[in-house]
Design a protein around this ligand. Structure first.
Ligand code: NDP
Length: 282
């Protein structure tokens, strides 16, 4: 039976230092604050937003939600976004995407200050991840994977890690972070010829494909570590990952659950980013 790598102990560990850091900031007159910018009311966005508000209240970081109707004009939105962007009391921004078609994403990206880009969506921040420069803000999910690996003392040096997925939100930045920690990284995608062989050859398999339960025990070698980034809904309407937990658990040495794994850590990484941005104001 594998050791279950739960996200909550990682969150608790991060919370301890975050509370101290926020207290120091507040003593210095800086109240760390995140702006959540949302157009419309997509259930996934609302659920993530609720999670952020709850997690941030636990570490005394302020959150203000700026909500706009789906039919907002591009000009109106850009004006509102610029105001948030230029507000000195707001240290970081979480911007939900995709936008409605009426919004010019390129224009939003042009005005978005990279110093407030808490989820590492801008090229300035992504480039830093790729060059191994820690001064920016990485996308929160791949960083959550790194936090979890670190918390459970999983040494990456020389390990063969197979990442399934090559998106700019998860797979690609995660692969660069793993490389920085001296892992030997294989990145897989829909055109990978023999996914099973690539996964079986790995000491650590990280699934970020967005396909419910696609990696079963046949993909995993005995004793491998399995990290599941996927968040999907199965045929019965239940939340599940990209990994078939039951068949992998019997073969793996360690495995993350869904829910209760990586997704749990993501909002703590977001909090860490807001603290980092606020610290630059002291
Ligand atoms: P994307 O859909 O943007 O990317 C999926 C990637 O997986 C693509 O590179 C795709 O390959 C690859 N892929 C899809 N199907 C297969 C397959 N059958 N075999 C091999 N590769 C495949 O998804 P995201 O990166 O945004 O998200 C990935 C997962 O992580 C999702 O389940 C999402 O819900 C979850 N997620 C979780 C978060 C968290 O906080 N835990 C936050 C963000 C995402 P190709 O490039 O060839 O199309």
């Amino acid at each position: 039976m594998a050791e279950i790598l739960k996200g909550m102990p990682v969150v608790k560990h991060m919370k301890e230092s975050q509370l101290e850091q926020v207290e120091k900031l507040r003593e210095n007159g800086v109240i760390p604050k995140l702006a959540i910018v949302r157009i419309g009311e997509k259930p996934d966005d609302l659920s993530y937003e609720r999670g952020v508000i709850k997690r941030f209240s636990g570490v005394n970081i302020d959150v203000e939600v700026f909500e706009y109707p789906e039919n907002i004009s591009n000009d109106e939105f850009i004006k509102a976004f610029e105001k948030i962007n230029n507000d000195d009391k707001i240290h970081g921004i979480l911007l939900f995407r995709p936008f409605p078609k009426t919004i010019d994403e390129k224009q939003v990206i042009r005005v978005f200050n990279p110093a407030k880009d808490m989820d590492g969506m801008l090229n300035e921040n992504i480039a830093k991840v790729f060059s191994g420069d820690d001064s920016g803000y990485a996308p929160c999910t791949p960083q959550a994977v790194m936090e979890l690996l670190d918390y459970y003392n999983i040494d990456l040096t020389g390990k063969k890690v197979t990442v399934v997925g090559r998106s700019m939100v998860v797979g690609k930045p995660l692969s660069m972070m793993l490389l920085k920690k001296n892992a030997t990284v294989t990145i897989c995608h829909t055109r990978t010829k023999d996914l099973m062989a690539e996964c079986k050859a790995a000491d650590i398999v990280i699934a970020a494909a967005g396909v419910a339960k696609m990696l079963n025990g046949d993909y995993i070698s005995d004793g491998a570590i399995v990290i599941d980034v996927g968040i999907n809904v199965d045929n019965d309407g239940n939340l599940c990952g990209d990994v078939d937990f039951d068949s992998c658990e019997s073969k793996a040495s360690m495995i993350t659950p869904v829910p209760g794994g990586i997704g749990t850590v993501t909002t703590s990484v977001l909090a860490q980013h807001v603290i980092k941005a606020a610290m630059l104001k002291v």
